[in-house]
Structure formats: structure tokens, C-alpha cells
Design a protein around this ligand. Structure first.
Ligand SMILES: Cc1cc2nc3c(=O)[nH]c(=O)nc-3n(C[C@H](O)[C@H](O)[C@H](O)COP(=O)(O)OP(=O)(O)OC[C@H]3O[C@@H](n4cnc5c(N)ncnc54)[C@H](O)[C@@H]3O)c2cc1C
Length: 427
């Protein structure tokens, strides 16, 4: 029997204690049976995928499940073959190495006749002759997928007289941070108190680094948590030695630290910036494809060009650009199938996050920001807080802080359950 994590959508051969991809607890898993597609069409087409992340891998798998003979090629600038990117936080903490997070080994690609072109940056797309151009060559495509992901946003310029300013998006980035710690860096300032900033803070704290998180807003993790749960998390992190400064920004840098807008100077050996991501859409723009924050796609991940598709963090689906593993994975599958001619529309997945660190877990799905009504349960002694948010009589968001046992149920009920059902099953 296989097991599927309902938070990030990953499937495993065994039931893990904690999801290795997204950190969801065991209770977030459901038994899963793999469905083979009924569609099959072997051709001699060339399917080219630009990208080496989860969207690219899922698309390649979806193509191969439907077409045994076509050429499938992944061109990607990454030096590493597709891996579990959310687990980079565990690489930072020193718990995992690359072999623990690789999604499929080289044999998988060899056995499935999928060609990998790592360290290859696509420079342009020539739509007139249907070719992808990269340094030292070009490759013709019949169908092309853009799965170029996103880049960590960093508004600060690194100069000779500044401390190292880093972001974590790739395995190499994590290795760079790890190397600094190995060489003796002991103090880090993390700019940005969103979920990824906090995960990095926990990871570095576990390595004995003195961590300060600077957040411009009033609350940390404010996309997933309400102000109250955010306060509980801040308190827990502070008790474990992570300093949280809200309503504060970085205003200047020195070689040995950072000046804050309140005038304080924080001694730091390096700064980690965690201020969101920007979709990689440059290739699409240069090729004249419609873009907004991401590359605009329809229900089948098609761009305006019938032979070019986009999926994952680089794609924008009905006004929303990716940013989550489960979305990238699902969009990759939809795109791969559609590239073969098997059109089955992408079904939106709820925006869910699981967190596990320093003995505390939380789960959040949907939104608690536009609620017309809410229901709360709290057990202060046990550090448990649960909040259900309703909009127009339907469950619109769930926060489970300190007790995430019902996260699976919350995934099932969000956007469909009425108030009474949600309260009965989740509180
Ligand atoms: C530290 C960290 C923790 C995270 N935690 C979570 C989490 O807990 N839950 C969650 O849902 N999500 C999480 N995410 C987000 C999640 O990892 C992404 O949403 C997902 O990996 C996006 O997959 P993708 O395939 O669209 O893009 P990516 O994984 O970014 O892959 C993009 C690929 O495109 C390649 N590429 C880009 N441009 C070019 C070019 N011009 N030529 C060739 N190749 C190119 C890159 O080399 C890369 O291989 C996390 C991300 C990070 C960095």
C-alpha cells in the first residue's frame, strides 16, 4: 500500500512519522492507490521540458506514462537532478544530505529513457522554428514545457564592505550557508519572518547559531497564522533562543552586522534573506508569451502558444502564481498529460502548510483573513489553539496549532463543510 500526504501531495511506499517533503505529521496521510492513465499514444515527437524541479519531473512522468516512444528531455540550469526542495531546511540543519532528498536516482531516468541536461541554461525560445537555444546548442521541440520555477527575492545588493547576504533556493545555497557555519559563523540575521524564514531560523538554531529574525509586519508567518497563533509561535521560538523582532526592517549593512531602522546595530556574521520569490518568466516574456506575475496558463497549463505549456512556480493560473510544492506537482502532471493530447483540467488544490520544529507543530489551510464568522478552541496548558474561519456559511480556513491530528480532515472539509459539521469534526 502507498501513502499520500494530503498537505503536499507526495506519495510514499511507507507511512512516515513526519512527511519528508512538507513536515506534515503522520495523521495527514491517507492510503493511496496509483491510477494508470487509460490514455496511450506512442509517437516520435520531441517533448522538451525546461526545468529540473518537481513540475518538470511530474510532467516527464506523465508523458512517459502515456507515450513510450517519444523523446523526453529535461534541460535545467541546476547542477543537481530533481530533488525535494522543501527539505532544504533540513539540509541547513545538517540532518539531510543530497542522497536523502533526491526524488529519483539516475537509473530511473535511464530506465525510462528520459534525457537529462543539467547545468544547461536555456537562453531563448525560437517559436517560429520550435527550438530552444542554450549555450553551445539548440534543441527542437514538438511540445515545450516551461517549468522554470522561481528565484528567491533579494532587494539588497552585496558589496565588498557588507557581510555575506544569502538566500536559500537551491541545494548549493544550503551548502553555502552550511559551509559558513562550519567555518565558525555563529550569528545570523534572517530578514523576513514568513514560513520559510522561520523554518531556516529553526534549522540554524539547531546548529547552535544565534538567530535573530527581523520582520517588517506586525506578525510572523502571517499568511498561514492569525495574530494570536503567530504570537504563540513567536513565544515558543523566543523560549528556544530565537530572537524575533517585528515591525522592524534592515536599513544598512556593515562587514560585521546590520543596522536596523530603529537605530540598533546587530552583530551578525551573515544575513539570510527570506522575502518571498519571483517567478522565472524571462524566457516566456522574450518569446512573446503573455505573462503577469507568472506565465499565464489555461486549465490544461497551455500558454497562448498551443505547443508551449507552463507549470509550477513559474506559471500563473487564474491570477495565482504557484509557490507551493503540491501546486507545482499537480500542474506538472496536468501539463505532461496535456502535452500528449490527454486533456484533463487542472483542479485547484487548497493552500496548505505544515510546520514541525522545536517540539511544536502547526497546520494551516485556506485563509482566516476574510472570515465572516469564526470558532475557536484553546487549551492554554497544553499549548493548543484551533481556529475555524467561515465565509458565507462555509469553512474557509483552518489553523491547528499544537495539535495537528485533524489536518487530514481539515483538508477534506475546507471550502465545502458548513459551520456545524466543521465544528463537530475539527474542534
Ligand atoms: C527552503 C524551501 C522550503 C520550502 N518549503 C515548502 C513547503 O514546506 N511546502 C511547500 O508546498 N512548498 C515549499 N517550498 C516551495 C516549493 O519548493 C516550490 O513551490 C516548488 O519546488 C516549485 O517547483 P517547480 O518545479 O515549479 O520549480 P523549481 O523547483 O524552482 O525548479 C525550477 C527549475 O528550473 C530550472 N531553470 C530555471 N530557469 C532556467 C533556464 N533558463 N534554463 C534552464 N533551467 C532553468 C532551475 O534550474 C530548476 O531546476 C519551499 C521552497 C524552498 C526553497
Amino acid at each position: 500500500m502507498k501513502w499520500k500526504c494530503t498537505v503536499c501531495g507526495e506519495v510514499f511506499n511507507h507511512l512516515p512519522e513526519v512527511c519528508p517533503v512538507c513536515g506534515a505529521q503522520k495523521t495527514a496521510f491517507s492510503p493511496y492507490e496509483e491510477q494508470q492513465p487509460s490514455f496511450s499514444k506512442d509517437t516520435d515527437e520531441s517533448f522538451v521540458i525546461i526545468g529540473g524541479g518537481i513540475a518538470a519531473l511530474q510532467a516527464a512522468k506523465a508523458i512517459r506514462a502515456r507515450n513510450k516512444t517519444a523523446a523526453v528531455t529535461l534541460i535545467f540550469s541546476d547542477t543537481k537532478i530533481p530533488y525535494n526542495r522543501p527539505a532544504l531546511s533540513d539540509v541547513l540543519s545538517g540532518e539531510l544530505k543530497f542522497s536523502d532528498i533526491v526524488l529519483e536516482n539516475y537509473n530511473y531516468y535511464k530506465n525510462n529513457n528520459i534525457t537529462l541536461m543539467p547545468r544547461t541554461k536555456a537562453k531563448s525560445i525560437d517559436r517560429a522554428v520550435k527550438k530552444v537555444v542554450f549555450d553551445g546548442g539548440e534543441l527542437a521541440y514538438d511540445k515545450l514545457l516551461l517549468a522554470t520555477g522561481a528565484t528567491a527575492f533579494c532587494p539588497f545588493a552585496v558589496a565588498e564592505d557588507t557581510l555575506p547576504i544569502l538566500t536559500v533556493r537551491s541545494f548549493e545555497d544550503s551548502a553555502t550557508v552550511s559551509a559558513l557555519i562550519d567555518k565558525g559563523s555563529k550569528r545570523v540575521l534572517i530578514a523576513g519572518g514568513g514560513i520559510l524564514g522561520i523554518e531556516a531560523a529553526v534549522a540554524l538554531n539547531s546548529r547552535g547559531v544565534e538567530v535573530t529574525v527581523v520582520e517588517r509586519g506586525t506578525n510572523i508567518v502571517n499568511v498561514q497564522l492569525d495574530a494570536y497563533a503567530s504570537g504563540l509561535l513567536s513565544e515558543h521560538l523566543s523560549q528556544n533562543g530565537i530572537k524575533i523582532l517585528t515591525q522592524t526592517t534592515v536599513s544598512a549593512f556593515g562587514t560585521d552586522g546590520v543596522r536596523l531602522d530603529n537605530g540598533d546595530f546587530l552583530q551578525s556574521d551573515f544575513m539570510l534573506v527570506s522575502m518571498g520569490v519571483r517567478s522565472n518568466i524571462e524566457l516566456a516574456i522574450a518569446a512573446g508569451l503573455p505573462t503577469n506575475r507568472g506565465i499565464i496558463v489555461d486549465d490544461y497549463m497551455r500558454t497562448q502558444d498551443k505547443d508551449i505549456f507552463a507549470a509550477g512556480d513559474c506559471a500563473e493560473y487564474y491570477g495565482r502564481a504557484g509557490g507551493l510544492w503540491i501546486i507545482s506537482s499537480a500542474q506538472g502532471k496536468t501539463a505532461g498529460a496535456a502535452m500528449c493530447g490527454d486533456l484533463s483540467p487542472y483542479k485547484t488544490v487548497p493552500f496548505a502548510t505544515a510546520f514541525e520544529g522545536l517540539g511544536k507543530s502547526f497546520f494551516s489551510v485556506g485563509s482566516c483573513q476574510n472570515a465572516t464568522e469564526s470558532a475557536i478552541f484553546e487549551d492554554k496548558q497544553k499549548g493548543i489553539y484551533k481556529k475555524l474561519s467561515f465565509k458565507d456559511g462555509k469553512l474557509d480556513g483552518v489553523i491547528l496549532f499544537g495539535d495537528t491530528a485533524n489536518s487530514n480532515k481539515a483538508m477534506e472539509l475546507v471550502y465545502t463543510a458548513d459551520i456545524e459539521t466543521a465544528k463537530r469534526l475539527l474542534l
